[in-house]
Design a binder for this molecule. Structure first.
Ligand SMILES: C[S@@+](CC[C@H](N)C(=O)[O-])C[C@H]1O[C@@H](n2cnc3c(N)ncnc32)[C@H](O)[C@@H]1O
Length: 287
């Protein structure tokens, strides 16, 4: 198996297994925690006057629904995600709440979108996992209408986001098999290198590329910390298959490491992200 298809296979397994399950089980916490990033994208959609919007790596659909609400009956937001459990949760919510959004369960890197069908493509933290990002963004460019806007929020480096690696630093002595982060490979910090992101977009045919840093305050209730560390991130994924009493021992060790983020009843941290903007060429060669 080639390195690219191995990476793709790993992501499919992860998001349809432990990581996907964790995001579904903690969607209430994550939805509230990431709302400021969602608001940033909703504002961008409104400012662009977009009507047909595609949300990449939409997960359980929080941003997709927020954009659909902002578009109103004149517009439509479609979410695409590779994770069956997350898309199932998004579709169930759409049905329950009568939300005007639709969802596709597929790999956005290769999904045969109708050409030139979206006037804006967005993503909240959902584009760093492609095995071949140039192929993925070329595919998305073909799905975009000429002149369509692209707006992404992605993480900057792990070093600039110490909150996100607190659990693994604390757990490492107890979990020597914890997988190491791969800076430029598919994964949470895969788009940390600004020059690499610009190259990916240029090589896939996007223009007017602008990549700006944003630092956004995020928080969630301190009562949710155990649920957060017990399910999410590389440590949370490992904990899902762990027996007691080892599991409790790891959780207690990890919880202690978050002390500096506890402010009263909230866990507070800063998200160091890039906001990536680009445009599909006015005359797209749909090849
Ligand atoms: C960090 S989560 C973000 C979810 C959502 N955007 C949010 O903010 O709640 C990343 C998402 O990207 C999805 N994903 C990963 N690789 C993908 C691919 N090749 N095509 C579509 N979705 C993908 C995952 O299944 C996961 O739902």
């Amino acid at each position: 198996m080639s390195t690219a298809s191995q990476a793709e296979d790993e992501q499919v397994k992860l998001w349809n297994g432990a990581a996907g399950r964790a995001w579904v089980e903690t969607r209430d916490v994550l939805e509230a925690m990431f709302r400021p990033l969602e608001e940033l994208l909703v504002r961008a959609v409104s400012d662009a006057g977009a009507r047909d919007v595609l949300d990449i790596g939409c997960g359980t659909g929080a941003t997709t629904f927020a954009v659909a609400r902002a578009l109103g009956p004149q517009g439509h937001c479609t979410g695409i995600d590779i994770s069956a459990p997350m898309i199932t949760a998004a579709r169930a919510r759409a049905e329950r709440e009568g939300r005007p959004a639709s969802f596709v369960c597929a790999d956005a890197q290769t999904y045969p979108f109708a050409p030139a069908s979206f006037d804006m493509i967005i993503s909240r933290l959902g584009v760093m996992f492609f095995a071949d990002p140039v192929q993925a963004f070329a595919n998305l460019r073909r799905a975009a209408r000429p002149g369509a806007a692209l707006r992404l929020v992605v993480w900057r480096s792990a070093a600039e986001n110490p909150f996100m690696t607190t659990a693994e630093r604390a757990a490492k002595p107890l979990l020597p098999d914890l997988p190491a982060r791969r800076p430029d490979g598919p994964g949470q910090f895969g788009f940390a290198d600004r020059a690499r992101v610009a190259r990916i977009l240029e090589d896939s045919g996007w223009g007017a590329i602008a990549i700006e840093p944003v630092d956004i305050a995020l928080s969630f209730p301190a009562t949710e910390l155990t649920r957060y560390v017990g399910r999410l991130g590389p440590v949370g994924v490992m904990l899902q298959g762990m027996e007691e009493p080892r599991r409790t021992q790891v959780i207690e060790t990890v919880r202690g490491a978050f002390a500096r983020y506890v402010h009263g009843t909230e866990i507070c941290f800063s998200a160091a992200c890039w906001v990536v903007a680009a445009r599909s060429p006015a005359e797209t060669a749909h090849g």
